[in-house]
Design a protein around this ligand. Sequence first.
Ligand code: DX5
Ligand code: ZN
Length: 220
Amino acid sequence: MTEIAPSILAADFARLGEAVAAVERGGASIIHVDVMDGHFVPNITMGLPVVRSLARATRLPLDAHLMIAEPARYAVRFVEAGARMVSVHIEADAHLHRTVTEIKRNGALAGVAINPATPLNALEEILPYADYIVLMSVNPGFSGQRFIPTTMDKLRRLRRMIVERGLTTRIEVDGGIELDNVAEVAAAGAQIVVAATAVFGADDPEQAVRQLRSAVVQWV
Ligand code: DX5
Ligand code: ZN
């Protein structure tokens, strides 16, 4: 079944422990942590100390999405801080194969994130090495943006690329996911969906996760 990965980006940062506990009760299976540096993307969010604290606060795997320049300098440090999944943007790293290999060698799953304007053929060589692809359905930097509709076609093409190559790479779709589109995204091949606003913008985040889960359940 498609897993729901709430992004704490839209949570109350003064109450992150409670936020994570609530979505865990709702059936979230991954916690998505959006790391931004004000260089690769025009926003600054959180870093290693937050991952360290969250790793003590939850048993769910932490998925660090590094939207930072020079991610190779920090990727392994996020693994050491407690992230069990770490993704790096293909646009940010000239030595992505080395970074992905290092993440895996240190015991975490390695993800490759790809922006809306970056063509899928940029993934050609790295695909066999990536544990998961983070297909961006908004331009990274902020929560609360609208899902870019052409992502649906890109998602289907990515699914086909993976199947045709006989790979087991998982697809995570990130940005603009809500109750209205989550089933379609799951049906098109997303095994993980990230949601910030749809979860933490709701009155009851626990219930919001439950609703997202039941929307994708038909695509088991
Ligand atoms: C965007 C981040 C996303 C973001 C999603 O830069 O990578 O993970 O938090 O937020 P929503 O679900 O509100 O689009
Ligand atoms: Zn993200």
